[in-house]
Design a protein around this ligand. Structure first.
Ligand SMILES: Nc1ncnc2c1ncn2[C@@H]1O[C@H](COP(=O)(O)OP(=O)(O)OP(=O)(O)O)[C@@H](O)[C@H]1O
Length: 263
């Protein structure tokens, strides 16, 4: 299987008034086509920086990011992004919010086709009947569902998700995890998911990459062998419990390293 995302030896430091702040150090991550990579690590270790580098919004000081066999040299239209705050436009209906990326990347696509595509996705995530509502009329979980539709409406090569479910209550979050699997089953896409939630990383990831404390490097990679179909009950099995313990231990090690660096 080819790697759709290949992050090779990426090193990056921010220039600050106090001098360079090293954030990533010789980071390597490989994500095969169709797979989901969950990235966890201590707070402030550089996870969001990593998403900006993959999306081509920033260039690394050293190393390379490859997407679909192409070296990333600038922002790419073939990347979809979803964040903790869905940032839907209040002056547009939910349907027209979801259609927005198509207006930018596929301006010549007939409006009826754009609309049909957006409606299809909204139905898939359970928002049929809410197409003409404004974002403020929806709950947080519903807004995040709409934002997921918007992130994949233009069939991006890669979906980058930075803490997309972080602001939701535990049960809504679990619903959204299942929605993610339903979406992936309907139209497989490759993804990078930044999260602080280890259960989420195991439920959604095909691999979980643990980043070390800052400057972050790839400390540990867990290949997720989820027992049976990805259903919430699976999280309570001994297999999942073992994976979660391993990840917790790795986070502890990463946090220790971050404290050592600060000392
Ligand atoms: N534009 C910037 N200029 C200078 N420093 C920055 C910039 N963006 C981020 N940083 C710093 O780089 C470090 C890594 O930030 P980043 O947001 O990538 O971490 P994170 O792992 O996503 O954090 P969190 O877990 O809290 O969401 C932090 O110390 C942050 O303050």
């Amino acid at each position: 299987m080819t790697n759709l995302i290949d992050i090779k030896g990426v090193t990056h430091a921010y220039k600050t008034a106090q001098g360079p702040l090293p954030v990533l150090n010789n980071l390597n991550i490989a994500v095969p086509e169709g797979e989901f990579c969950a990235v966890v690590g201590p707070s402030g270790c550089g996870k969001s920086t990593l998403t900006r580098l993959i999306a081509g919004l920033m260039m690394p000081d050293r190393g390379e990011v490859w997407l679909h066999g192409e070296l990333v040299k600038g922002p790419r239209k073939t990347v979809g992004m979803a964040f903790q705050n869905p940032v839907l436009l209040e002056w547009r209906t939910i349907l027209r919010n979801v259609m927005l990326p198509l207006e930018i990347v596929a301006p010549s696509m007939p409006k009826a086709d754009k609309e049909a595509r957006a409606r299809e996705l909204l139905a898939l995530v359970g928002l049929e009947g809410f197409e003409n509502k404004r974002p403020s009329a929806l709950s947080g979980g519903m807004r995040q569902r709409a934002s997921l539709c918007r992130a994949i409406v233009h069939k991006p090569d890669v979906l980058i998700m930075d803490e997309p479910f972080g602001a939701l209550d535990a049960f809504t979050r679990e619903d959204l995890w299942q929605t993610m699997h339903a979406l992936r089953e309907k139209e497989p896409f490759t993804g990078v998911l930044i999260t602080h939630d280890l259960r989420e990383s195991v439920f959604l990831g095909d691999q979980v990459v643990v980043l070390s404390g800052r400057p972050a490097t790839t400390q540990y990679v867990l290949d997720v062998n989820y027992p049976g179909p990805r259903e919430i009950d699976g999280l309570y099995t001994p297999e999942c419990s073992d994976m979660l313990h391993t990840l917790r231990d790795q986070i502890r090690i990463a946090q220790g390293r971050a404290e050592d660096m600060a000392a």
